[in-house]
Design a binder for this molecule. Structure first.
Ligand code: ARG
Length: 393
């Protein structure tokens, strides 16, 4: 089914040729939606831009165009307005037939995409050992809608749940549970997510206050990341607790997602750093490895870096997203990657995309899109806090 605006364009193109000759076959007739519904449904603005070239008054150009225009099956008699706009109003009978055709068409008039693309939608993505907050819920719903629309258009969609299941929080949590609730680290179902969240809060307080605890927690992360079986098992249990809670929400909303959390990319992080280094993109800054960015400056106007390896040797959110881009391009062979998060992460994505392009991880034929939504505000007009007291991102 050809879009209405397209059909109108074609009619005007034919009239342009009839009126002024073959040279105008490729001229865009400048059809747009009416600026105000009082003027109809669409308007044609070409008369004004052609007037000079044709050495005629715009209204004269419009009159000639209308004389040669065949459009009465679609529109009521067009009107010339103001300096030479042509206003168009669709005929109710035409709309009626269109609607009838749409209703009986089992694709409701939506054409299948050609070519069909492989598209990744990265959405939902809550963090393990924390509650799924309202921002994640928004991402879940918006992301699922996008995935469904793309699937309806016959694209091949991979729905990825990029859960936060890696990093310092686990060292902290494991260390805390070792002293406060050791059975949680060896037994399935010892805790529910509520317990986990409150332990997380307590662990965070210890982490911030107690240097010894901090150090032990750091070592616990290293142990976990180097594959120590006991730590792995504890981590698995913690992930399962959270996963079960998240699943309840996915079931209610009928959402299907493939979990591919941050930990999945762990084996690739070192390679990312090596490749950035080979491209000459890395700079050391206060012990951290960074890539300097174009167009991002701090208040003093100095260029901002994207940190990809922290001074303690750890990798971060950005490193994982770079590794994820490499994987999604090379292994998944995605043609488009869509990320659904709140607008607060716009800079993060713009920076990661820029570095990925510079490093050659992201070829020009792969599109990356950050679909940003606004922050959810509480009744006081401030960012809504979750039960665990964290700011909703
Ligand atoms: N876990 C992140 C958060 O809660 C969202 C992850 C979004 N996806 C991504 N590839 N960075 O903020």
């Amino acid at each position: 089914m050809t879009a209405i605006i397209q059909q109108i364009k074609e009619r005007f193109s034919q009239s342009l040729v009839k009126s002024f000759g073959e040279n105008f076959a490729a001229t865009d007739p400048l059809i747009v939606a009416a600026s105000n519904p009082r003027f109809g449904d669409y308007q044609c603005n070409i008369s004004l831009s052609l007037a000079k070239e044709l050495k005629q008054k715009p209204r004269e150009v419009a009159t000639t165009l209308l004389k040669n225009l065949e459009i009465d099956d679609l529109c009521q008699p067009p009107e010339i307005a103001g300096p030479g706009f042509i206003n168009l109003t669709l005929k109710p009978s035409y709309l009626e037939t269109q609607l009838k055709d749409l209703i009986t068409d089992n694709r409701l008039g939506v054409a299948a995409a050609n070519p069909s693309q492989k598209i990744i939608v990265d959405f939902s993505s809550p963090n393990i050992a924390k509650e799924m907050h309202v921002g994640h819920l928004r991402s879940t719903i918006i992301g699922d809608c996008i995935a469904r629309i793309l699937e309806f258009r016959h694209h091949q969609v991979i729905r990825l749940n990029h859960v936060g299941d890696w990093g310092t929080q686990f060292g902290m949590l494991i260390t805390y549970l070792q002293e406060a609730y050791p059975s949680a680290l060896t037994q399935a179902d010892a805790l529910d997510l509520g317990d986990l969240v409150s332990f997380y809060k307590k662990a965070k307080i210890r982490f911030d206050e107690d240097e010894n605890f901090k150090e032990t927690a750091r070592q616990a992360v290293v142990k976990l990341q180097s594959g120590d079986p006991q730590s792995r098992q504890a981590w698995q249990l913690l992930c399962q607790q959270s996963r079960r809670e998240f699943q309840k929400i996915y079931d209610i909303l009928d959402i299907k997602l493939t979990e591919r959390g941050e930990s999945f990319y762990n084996p690739y992080l070192e390679t990312v750093i090596r490749q950035l280094d080979q491209q000459g993109l890395l700079t050391e800054d206060n012990g951290a490895l960074c890539v300097f960015l174009d167009g991002f400056t701090n208040k003093e106007g100095e260029p901002l870096p994207l940190i990809v390896k922290k001074s303690d040797g750890g990798y971060n959110y950005a490193t994982t997203d770079l590794a994820a881009i490499c994987y999604r391009v090379r292994q998944d062979k995605a043609a488009r990657i869509i990320y659904v998060t709140d607008a607060g992460q716009a800079n993060h994505f713009a920076q990661v995309f820029q570095v990925a392009k510079k490093a050659g991880f992201l070829p020009d034929n792969v599109a990356v899109v950050h679909v940003a939504f606004g922050l959810v505000l509480g009744e006081d007009g401030k960012k809504l806090k979750t039960r665990s007291g964290e700011t909703v991102k």
